[in-house]
Design a protein around this ligand. Structure first.
Ligand SMILES: NC(=O)c1ccc[n+]([C@@H]2O[C@H](COP(=O)([O-])OP(=O)(O)OC[C@H]3O[C@@H](n4cnc5c(N)ncnc54)[C@H](O)[C@@H]3O)[C@@H](O)[C@H]2O)c1
Length: 248
């Protein structure tokens, strides 16, 4: 166990699987107590953290639900009395051309990726303001920089969370709250395994400078930097961790 985040309390949305699971384990390994918020059970993530000697609390939480998000923040404050770090990670990335994107699909993508980020952020800012410090990390995507086709609503949300971070960085700077983003490249997770073919994944590797598939662990260095005091003078920024895919 490390100590960079000793005593800190972190919330990670979408913590049951993929990037959110690995990020939660990494935060806990540095001493943070982690609230694992997911629409699915995050018991497996909690077990991984506890097996390594860490502390976590898993909650069923749909990030599109104002009620669930309020309950999530309340549970964190009741158990730990503070929230130091929020990782807005829950997200979906269904592939569909624009003419095949009906209102239900559009609203689902916007609801989880963008409104969820808004709701979770709004739920933690008051306590961070009182504490006079906080770290908010939005998970964007390299697709925003590449303009990846077949993902227009998704890419729009991933640009929007960068926009939100830039505005909030200015709004919350006087309260010593930093708001930054990590933009992953195509990363091996359950969501990608279920939704994307091997050819598409190999094609992305060929565009990268580092020619291997990205894994969530490739981003834990960026995560811990943005979650810790190492990044106290950096806000409103994006760390693009994609093996050098989006170079133009
Ligand atoms: N994997 C990639 O290639 C990649 C690339 C760029 C950005 N991202 C972003 O990283 C984040 C995580 O992606 P991943 O690949 O790990 O996804 P994943 O599908 O493997 O896991 C996503 C998790 O989010 C949870 N979730 C879904 N809807 C939710 C909701 N309404 N409320 C709460 N939790 C919900 C799921 O239950 C799941 O546990 C997403 O925001 C995604 O857009 C992923």
């Amino acid at each position: 166990m490390g100590i960079r985040l000793e005593g800190a309390v972190a919330i990670v949305t979408g913590a049951a699987a993929g990037i959110g699971q690995v990020f939660s384990v990494a935060l806990a390994a540095e001493g943070a107590r982690v609230i694992l918020a997911d629409i699915a059970s995050a018991q497996q993530t909690q077990a991984l953290i506890e097996a390594a000697g860490g502390e976590a609390l898993s909650l069923i939480c749909d990030v599109t639900s104002e009620t669930d998000i309020t309950a999530m923040a309340d549970a964190a404050l009741k158990k730990y009395g503070k929230i130091d770090i929020l990782v807005n990670n829950a997200g979906i990335y269904p592939i569909a051309n624009i003419e095949d994107t009906d209102m239900a699909l559009w609203n689902r993508i916007i609801g989880i990726n963008l409104t969820g980020t808004f709701l979770a952020t709004r739920s933690v800012v008051p306590t961070m303001k009182v504490a006079g410090k906080g770290k908010i990390i939005n998970i964007s995507s390299g697709t925003f920089f590449m303009g990846t086709p077949g993902l227009a609503p998704y890419v729009a949300t991933k640009g929007a969370v960068i926009g939100m971070a830039r505005s909030l960085a200015a709004e919350l700077g006087d309260f010593n709250i930093q708001v930054n983003c990590i933009a992953p490249g195509l990363t091996t997770t359950p969501g990608v395994n279920n939704g994307m073919g091997e050819a598409m994944r190999d094609g992305v590797v060929m565009m990268q400078a580092n020619k291997r598939r990205e894994i969530p662990e490739d981003m834990t260095g960026a995560l811990l930097f943005l979650a810790s005091s190492d990044s106290d003078f950096m806000t409103g920024q994006v760390m693009l961790v994609d093996g050098g895919a989006a170079r133009s």
